[in-house]
Design a protein around this ligand. Sequence first.
Ligand SMILES: Cc1cc2nc3c(=O)[nH]c(=O)nc-3n(C[C@H](O)[C@H](O)[C@H](O)COP(=O)(O)OP(=O)(O)OC[C@H]3O[C@@H](n4cnc5c(N)ncnc54)[C@H](O)[C@@H]3O)c2cc1C
Length: 373
Amino acid sequence: MADEFMTEERTALTATVRDFTAEHIVGNLPEWERTGDIPRELHKRAGDLGLLGIGFDESVGGSGGDLADGYAVTEAILSAGGSGGLIAGLFTHGIAIPHIIDSGNQDLIDRWVRPVFAGDKIACLAVTEPGGGSDVANLRTVADESGDSWVLNGSKTFITSGARADVAVVAARLRGVSGAQGVGLFAVPTDQPGYQVTSRLQKMGWHCSDTAEFGLVDARGELITEQGFASLARHFATERLSLGVTGYATAARCVDLTREWITQRETFGRPLSTRQVIRHTFVEMSRRTDVARSYIRNMTLSDEVTVLDAIYAKQTGVNCAAFVTDRAVQLLGGMGYVSDGEVERHYRDARILGIGGGADEVMADLAARLLGL
Ligand SMILES: Cc1cc2nc3c(=O)[nH]c(=O)nc-3n(C[C@H](O)[C@H](O)[C@H](O)COP(=O)(O)OP(=O)(O)OC[C@H]3O[C@@H](n4cnc5c(N)ncnc54)[C@H](O)[C@@H]3O)c2cc1C
């Protein structure tokens, strides 16, 4: 099948990212999985190469290119031995920074967007609260106007890079305005006493990506937009697509690792790959991965991705990753189950994909409404 996704430019980009991953990530990943975060130095290296700004306009410090280029980076990191958790930690700004760029506020762009793309600063997005993540319109963190800035009070949880970030893009309720209309977005510097990290959460997977719980106690923030819910909704499609990409890219890596294993591992005097049950399982893993990859890649090239498209992409990538990582563990036997094995890590990492960025049930419900039910 012709592959319009892998242009010459993206092939070159992929090679660069694979080299970067091999040189700076793969050997260090087990240690970062143990320590629970990735070093700032990696952000700097990625920034120097222009990787953090891919898909963002040069006028705001980005590296140019389009969304599909960003997804090619995800594919390359995973295919070279990186991980979904590493991508979540290194590229957290991808879900935070677009809101600041959209605001057109040059001061905020100069202070936060450019340094983040350069790898000098880290940004996170804080929407979810201990009271719930799916029902964004009902969040409880409150913002009160106070002179030139705003004062925020409340708490956030499950925030990727929330412990390391220099700035949090925080969703908070404009005091006195209920429902979705009352959700604003604020740039909250984390180097102030009112930004209090209360916990670095231990998780099933994504160990190298810090996931924080934090309180806001009279924390100072600057308004990005009063239309925060609309801004979040606008960018959900990109986030969901990217989680779909992480899904099939994780599956593709597991297909590679499984092929290597079943062709080398011998039982009862023959390689596993000679057994029909193994061959058929492997074919099904490959087929599902190819179908998910071409469906989602094709969508990333489209001029307009609808909300429904993005939900389908996410569901397709999530289901593909769930099946393939599970079968990969099975075919590797005990080696698939032991900790610190790459397949075991992908199996655990992939589990978040159906929860974060819109959980499966909530996505299915939204899809049903979009289908007129
Ligand atoms: C590792 C990790 C990283 C994360 N990173 C971030 C981040 O950077 N920023 C951020 O803001 N959030 C982040 N999250 C939060 C994530 O977006 C939420 O976990 C997710 O939105 C679900 O919210 P919840 O956990 O509160 O579950 P709930 O909303 O309590 O839902 C629990 C379950 O019920 C289902 N459910 C909910 N409502 C309905 C319904 N009406 N009908 C049927 N089923 C329903 C859900 O699908 C889910 O299965 C992260 C979470 C994790 C685990």
